[in-house]
Write a protein that binds this ligand. Structure first.
Ligand SMILES: Nc1ncnc2c1ncn2[C@@H]1O[C@H](COP(=O)(O)OP(=O)(O)OP(=O)(O)O)[C@@H](O)[C@H]1O
Length: 518
């Protein structure tokens, strides 16, 4: 949740910001309406605007409308000024929040916006059954393990469970265990005291304390180092944590949800993951099917993102043609919903007019499709050929019948996320890049004599480095996705990147969603 505060809020900016941050929001501030519009135009991103009632809210909301920027606006002013509240609501503000800021009210507004922007769109029976299970599990305090391939919606599901739990009014805090190096992850989770190590200039509370009374999501837990696994186990068993550098344990009351896109049982068997921790966390297990296993969700999710990005870019109504839909239904969605979301974002930007046809559908993961999958080259004169695709196209020859679907958006029905700009997971990828990159060349080398010949004379380490760096660039710096694509562990990837960095190579910086998020 990204909150943009506009104006002085009668001197309560810090207080309001702190409350919002405690509820997991990322807060930014600007003094003026022009500053806010500039930030929003630059796609700096916000899910909610809190604006000082003394500013010209009517003009602000009119500007948003005329620029087709869809974002809820909440006015804030001194509680006793009823006339100002009426003016703000008449101008189009969704709510009026009295100052001094009230933690409960701010939490309720953030919650309402979060519900809208974290909607789970689905209609496939497989996904509906998973949701029903999650809803059943949610009210208890038991730990939940959510498994599923990359991009299937594990974090979304964790938020859903939190929303449906008795802790919904308390913080939801997420930590991506794969994105943070081991030495920093310990302090991120458990906090540290001033002077605990070089650079610890002040006491810092960790995510366990931040999530106190709420829910802590340990994203990609399988990547956690065994030494930290032991410390985590102790925290769960004792319900207390030790800040680094402190001998005073701190009691915490946290519901844990963990996710993994690896088979954790196999990780336990191979000795990479502690069995006792696995059983502690896996009280309930929610397995999210891949998009391939819930084909009836594809049209609905595609339409959902089409509408979202068309609205966000002020491009009016858009609809998919039958050919385009066929491409989507038969694609091997290796990146699952995230890949579909990015594909629809690109399609919105590439299409002209109301109809979105196959020419606007750029499927990026052709080179990732496993051998023998439904993916097949199609002749370039086929009605569903993709002019943006690499040689051979990316469209499967076989088609699937359209599935009747009972739409479900959880919750609320038909709601559209209010955020705009790039989705979590990054901006649309560099178009056509994979087909031209040396990663693509290396990938195609396995099946093409010419490609292989081009590699002769280069060392394996050299080719490996290019493949890793190109794949990482293709994933917009996202280590997790790059590691998945490359079929190596995130730890191995990180070690390789460190080595390349030490050798003076330029290494793409991590994607935003890989930093610890709150
Ligand atoms: N059913 C859905 N409806 C709408 N959006 C969805 C759905 N599932 C996933 N998304 C969107 O897809 C993106 C990826 O979802 P999310 O981050 O929850 O996946 P994940 O499985 O946790 O990914 P990773 O394995 O990379 O951590 C997000 O932008 C999310 O909002």
């Amino acid at each position: 949740m990204r909150l943009l505060i506009v104006g002085t809020l009668e001197g309560y900016i810090t207080a309001a910001g702190k409350i919002a941050m405690k509820r997991g929001a990322k807060v930014s501030h600007t003094d003026s309406i022009e500053g806010a519009l500039t930030a929003l135009r630059a796609a700096a991103g916000a899910d909610l605007v809190m604006i000082d009632v003394k500013l010209d809210i009517a003009t602000f909301i009119d500007s948003l409308k005329s620029e087709r920027i869809t974002i809820p606006v909440v006015a804030c002013g001194i509680g006793t000024d009823a006339a100002a509240a009426v003016r703000a609501i008449r101008a189009g503000a969704k709510e009026y929040l009295p100052l001094p800021p009230n933690a409960e009210l701010i939490a309720a507004v953030l919650e309402a916006v979060a519900e809208e922007s974290h909607s789970i769109v689905c209609s496939d029976p497989a996904m509906l059954a998973t949701l029903r299970l999650a809803e059943q599990v949610a009210p208890s305090d038991a730990s939940v393990m959510i498994t599923g391939e990359s991009g299937t919606g594990k974090e979304l599901m964790a938020r859903f469970i939190h929303r449906k739990s008795r802790r919904s009014g308390e913080p939801f805090v997420a930590v991506n265990c794969a994105a943070i190096p081991e030495n920093l992850l310990e302090s991120e989770l458990f906090g540290h005291e001033k002077g605990a190590f070089t650079g610890a200039v002040a006491r810092r509370l960790g995510k366990f304390e931040e999530a106190n009374n709420g829910t802590l999501l340990l994203d990609e837990l399988s990547e956690m180092h065994p030494r930290l696994q032991a410390k985590l186990l102790r925290a769960i068993q004792e319900k207390e944590i030790d800040r680094i550098g402190s001998s005073q344990p701190v009691k915490v009351n946290v519901r844990l949800i963990a996710t993994s896109n690896r088979n954790l049982e196999a990780e336990v068997r191979s000795g990479n993951f502690r069995e006792d921790l696995y059983f502690r966390l896996n009280v309930f297990s929610v397995a999210i099917p891949s998009l391939r296993e819930r084909p009836a969700d594809i049209p609905m999710i595609a339409e959902h993102f089409l509408k979202k990005y068309a609205e966000a870019n002020g491009l009016g109504d858009k609809r998919l043609t039958e050919d385009a839909l066929l491409m989507l239904k038969t694609h091997h969605w290796r990146g699952n919903v995230r890949e579909l979301e990015n594909t629809m974002h690109r399609a919105v930007l590439l299409s002209r007019g109301e109809e979105v046809g196959p020419e606007a559908i750029m499927l990026t993961s052709k080179m990732l499709a496993p051998e023998g999958s439904a993916q097949a080259s199609i002749p370039s004169d086929s009605p569903v050929a993709n002019p943006f695709a690499g040689p051979g196209g990316t469209v499967p020859a076989a088609s699937q019948p359209a599935q009747p679907a009972v739409p479900l958006v959880v919750p609320p029905q038909g709601a559209l996320p209010t955020s705009y700009g790039p989705p979590k997971g990054g901006k649309p990828g560099p178009y056509g890049m994979a087909a031209n990159s040396s990663a693509a060349a290396a990938a195609s080398a396995g099946s093409s004599g010419a490609g292989l010949a081009a590699l002769i004379g280069r060392t394996v380490a050299d080719v490996e480095r290019d493949l890793i760096l190109e794949t990482l660039t293709h994933c917009l710096g996202n280590r997790t996705h790059a590691a998945n694509i490359l079929g190596i562990s995130i730890r191995t990837l990180r070690n390789k990147l460190k080595q390349y960095g030490d050798e003076g190579r330029s290494v793409p910086t991590p994607g935003n969603d890989e930093r610890a998020t709150a």
